[in-house]
Design a protein around this ligand. Structure first.
Ligand SMILES: [Zn+2]
Ligand SMILES: [Zn+2]
Length: 281
């Protein structure tokens, strides 16, 4: 059976991807509302009910917004490390309590909220399995408690995820190098970010910092460093709406791929509002 891969959406307003193998149906991040995730899964003929697991990279809302209402409702196992679990529970609780309506039953205590979800904790750097998928985890430099990237090894190829990172480390490059399909952040154009009138100086510093987000040029440099004959599909992801343009991100990476002779790589862009076409491996 083929492996199917669909980026349901990616950007600072939400991130979610779907991987399906013979024995597993996995979401990587759940950064849209439960309804939105349901709608996007429906576009590929799937529903949240029979997901085998949700992998969480880190606790920022664009990666966990749909967790409550999805994982608890259908008792979908949620895989993350302990610091991400703690920060996620805190974020979900804060979000609920900030609403004027009284919180649903059980949400008044952190422990109770924690108990609503079937958590499956991993240690960063350790691997685990969901059905026939082997998942490798690795630390990424980003301003969250213990953010990670993933490499999903399937019978038909390896799918790597490296979004939300301020810079690339040797560890990150080593861990995504075996990817046949790679989702790589190409967040911003540095000049557009610096010139953006709607961003505060402090936010610009955060994004540009060592624990912020990867620029188009940094993504292109990373691609050159991990390039292999086995990398066939490269998705540029987590593009900033205000400080990037899809055609610009694509141009910078396409130039790089041309420069290093990586003509075998199919370059695609992940969008915020619509799922990518499903890739069959
Ligand atoms: Zn983040
Ligand atoms: Zn993010």
């Amino acid at each position: 059976m083929s492996v199917k891969f669909t980026i349901l959406g990616s950007g600072s307003s939400g991130n979610c991807a779907y991987v399906e193998t013979a024995e597993a149906r996995i979401l990587v991040d759940a950064g849209f509302s439960p309804l939105q995730i349901r709608k996007r899964l429906a576009t590929i003929g799937r529903t949240p009910e029979n997901l085998s697991g949700i992998l969480i990279t880190h606790e920022h809302s664009d990666h966990i917004a749909g967790l409550l209402g999805l994982a608890d409702k259908f008792q979908i196992p949620v895989f993350c490390n302990r610091d991400t679990q703690d920060a996620t529970v805190w974020a979900l609780k804060t979000k609920w309590l900030s609403k004027k309506s009284s919180p649903p039953d059980g949400l008044d205590s952190t422990e109770h909220l924690k108990s609503k979800i079937n958590w499956q904790l991993f240690t960063t750097g350790a691997g685990f399995e969901i059905g026939d998928v082997s998942i490798e985890t690795f630390s990424i430099p980003h301003d969250a408690q213990d953010p990670v990237g993933f490499l999903l090894r399937t019978a038909r190829g390896n799918i790597g995820f490296a979004t939300d990172l301020g810079h690339t480390t040797k560890l990150v490059l080593d861990r995504i190098r075996p990817a046949n399909v790679l989702v790589l952040e190409s967040n911003h154009d540095v000049k557009m970010l610096q010139d953006c009138p709607r961003r505060a100086w402090s936010l610009k510093q955060r994004i540009l910092g060592r624990h912020g987000h990867l620029s188009n040029v940094a993504a292109a440099e990373a691609a050159a460093q991990i390039m292999s004959a086995g990398l066939h599909h490269l998705y540029l992801a987590h593009l900033s709406r205000e400080c990037n343009k899809p055609e610009l991100a694509e141009h910078v990476m396409a130039e790089q791929l041309h420069h290093i002779g990586a003509t075998h790589v199919r370059l695609q862009l992940a969008a915020q509002d619509v799922p990518c076409e499903t890739l069959e491996l």
